[in-house]
Design a protein around this ligand. Structure first.
Ligand code: MG
Length: 230
């Protein structure tokens, strides 16, 4: 086994993220309940987010703009300005959420850091992810932080080239099969899936996966045993 670098996804792998977005979405849908039921607003918001992904990328700021656009379209431009103001306020609140580390994060990083180069590989807004990392108190574990505009095969190949390693020396650990596992396996790397109890619809995938370079772990602290058994 020639593993050199272990990269960690951040949101819902190292710390809580998706529940905060879901809470914001519920509050946003409630603002528009005079116009449409929650689930319809929620569907419209999701459609708008997906349409905007290629221009805004992932993260809170794009989400805020998509909330505003959704508020305008579902009300046929009859939305009260207070609703727009609230959407902006909710987004700003998201940018100030506390960092809640998931179980076993500190211990896992501590037990791997002397044997491997540890990296964070995450999507999202640059400033927001930097803020979260700083607040998390985990920065000192990592050799390199990569805030990626997307997590496709080409993005991982670029990262691997930057780290000056071969794909088989790279492992990704994360909660999304679609973003953290499949592209990494496809380029010849290793991956461990650590499922989180809730996943953004866009990251969900119907997939039964069997691959020699793939493992699944219930919690992050099971990863150490997975890696040692490789
Ligand atoms: Mg994640």
């Amino acid at each position: 086994m020639s593993l050199k670098v272990i990269a960690f996804d951040a949101d819902d792998t190292l710390w809580v993220n998706e529940p905060y977005f879901q809470e914001t979405e519920r509050k946003f849908c409630a603002l528009l309940e005079d116009f449409l039921p929650h689930h319809t607003v929620s569907q419209e918001l999701f459609k708008t987010e997906i349409n905007n992904l290629s221009v805004y990328g992932y993260g809170v700021k794009g989400f805020m703009l998509s909330m505003i656009e959704t508020a305008l379209t579902v009300t046929d431009y009859n939305v009260r300005p207070e609703v727009i103001a609230k959407a902006i306020e909710y987004g700003k609140e998201l940018l100030q959420k506390p960092i809640e580390l998931l179980d076993g994060v500190q211990e896992t990083l501590a037990s791997l850091k002397d044997s491997y180069r540890l990296v964070v590989a995450t999507k999202g807004d640059l400033l927001d992810q930097e803020r979260k990392l700083k607040k998390s108190g985990l920065e000192h574990f990592f050799h390199h932080i990569e805030i990626m505009s997307d997590k496709k095969e080409a993005d991982y190949l670029k990262l691997i080239k930057h780290l000056d390693i071969k794909p088989e020396e790279f492992m990704m650990i994360g909660n999304s099969i679609k973003s953290d596992v499949l592209p990494v396996l496809n380029i010849g790397g290793h991956a461990i899936h650590v499922p989180y109890h809730t996943t953004w619809l866009h990251e969900q995938i119907e997939h039964t996966l069997e691959h020699p370079n793939f493992r699944t772990a219930k919690h992050l602290n099971e990863c150490v045993a997975c890696i040692t058994s490789l």
